[in-house]
Design a binder for this molecule. Structure first.
Ligand code: PMT
Length: 401
């Protein structure tokens, strides 16, 4: 239980700072006490008074305050909590954390602490995707900092993409999970997840692909990591950001995806959410195919790709204990998926209707029928992130039963 635990919340300077107020409310509702630190930039977005009213505590803003130092030294402040949460974690704060700067109260606390840190990044999409920020996040994750988000969506600056701070409910959930070791039920388990489309080259400039966005596979990788598993995500080209705390291998073809999965074995759990091309062009043209003024349309001769799910399901010795496939169907969803489960030799199949009207490919929602040896379980329509969290819970049940 996280009730009775203490969080030190560092509020950085970004438009998302207003969400920190709701976060305080949600944490306190769970019985978690919150002490807040507000950066100078943060004060431009929320006032110390509103944070103080919600935390029912003093709000710390100044590194060189004699009164604050007399009451509680900043080193002590950094160690007075069970978890430090940085929300919003701005590009500036992340860069300071990575570099070990200590020019203000927030960065000094983050440098002086040995308490676990959870960061919820929030910034403009280009700032988030900039190589400097991505490198900072990678290094911080390697040092053990946990991340939640950012989410993708419309941004206050009018742009669209990843950079929005995760919703306070999701951050509160992640905080509770960090504070309660039992909330890491898949700790010690290794998982490999596939996601996205594959690109099968025709010639150096053309390829065959599909409309998979990677949203479902990436969400599953993130949910398993949040549940404590050590996750490798093998993904085709997508616009989804790499989930934090997950090892990501970027590939293009089905054959590369198979090699990526094999390199991630042994694993306890393998989940195949990728939309892998069943066929590829038999002979990739070494040069761009030319029209040459001829009326003749070139015929593409196809050959079969390796079936990654079937290959892993049939492995001797290295077969993961739980192999889960997806079935993308447009009619007779449950009978077709049941047959697919038997044919591919996996333990469970997540069947989903991918008829264009459902918007499953590329959309944010999914309606799953989970097919196991015991039959079919109908899940309600959920967001892909909720599907991922529900699947992680179902996997936990499987391993603890
Ligand atoms: O990426 P999104 O936009 O979020 O969309 C999610 C999704 C619709 C792609 C996903 O929910 C889904 O259904 N993924 C499986 C897509 C698919 O290729 O289904 P299938 O029925 O053709 O294949 C069955 C299973 O075999 C799948 O687990 C697939 O990953 C696997 N497979 C297929 C072919 C192949 N050569 N190798 C494989 O491993």
């Amino acid at each position: 239980m996280s009730s009775g635990k203490r969080v030190l919340l560092i509020v950085g300077g970004g438009i998302a700072a207003y969400k920190a107020l709701e976060l305080v409310r949600l944490l306190r509702k769970r019985g978690i006490s919150v002490r807040a630190v507000l950066t100078k930039a943060g004060e431009e977005f929320v006032t110390p008074l509103s944070l103080s009213a919600l935390t029912e505590d003093k709000v710390y803003t100044d590194l060189f305050s004699l009164t604050d130092e007399a009451e509680m030294g900043h080193i002590q402040l950094s160690r007075s909590a069970d978890l430090i949460v940085v929300a919003p974690a701005t590009a500036d704060l992340l860069a300071k954390m990575r570099a070990g700067l200590a020019g203000d109260l927030a960065s000094t606390l983050l440098l002086a602490t040995d308490t676990p840190v959870l960061a919820a990044p929030a910034m403009n999409v280009r700032m988030w995707t900039h190589a400097a920020t991505q490198e900072n996040v990678k290094v911080l994750a390697e040092r053990g900092i946990s991340f939640i988000g950012p989410d993708e969506g419309d941004m206050a600056c009018g742009e669209f993409g990843p950079g929005r701070m995760a919703e306070p409910t999701a951050i509160a959930e992640a905080v509770a999970a960090q504070l309660d070791p039992a909330a890491k039920p898949l700790a010690g388990k290794r998982a490999v997840v596939t996601s996205g489309p594959t690109y099968e080259p025709i010639d150096p400039v053309r390829y065959i692909a599909n409309r998979s966005s990677g949203k479902q596979g990436h969400a599953i990788a993130a949910a398993l990591a949040a549940a404590g598993a050590e996750v490798t995500l093998v993904t085709g080209p997508t616009r989804e950001p790499d989930p934090a705390g997950v090892t990501v291998r970027h590939i293009e073809t089905a054959r590369q995806m198979l090699a990526g999965v094999e390199a991630a074995l042994p694993a306890d759990i393998a989940i195949f959410a990728a939309a892998v091309a069943d066929w590829r062009v038999a002979e990739e043209a070494p040069q761009k195919l030319k029209k040459n003024g001829s009326r003749e349309i070139p015929a593409l001769s196809m050959t079969e790709n390796p079936d990654i799910l079937k290959t892993v399901s049939g492995l001797d010795g290295k077969r993961p204990a739980l192999v889960i496939g997806f079935a993308a169907e447009t009619e007779n969803v449950i009978p077709h998926a049941t047959e697919k489960r038997a044919r591919k030799g996996c333990d469970w199949i997540m069947a989903n209707d991918v008829s264009p009207a459902t918007g499953t490919f590329g959309g944010d929602a999914n309606t799953i029928h989970l097919i196991t040896g015991d039959g079919a379980e109908d899940w309600p329509t959920l967001t892909k992130k909720e599907v991922a969290v529900k699947l992680a819970a179902r996997i936990t049940e499987h391993f603890t039963a």
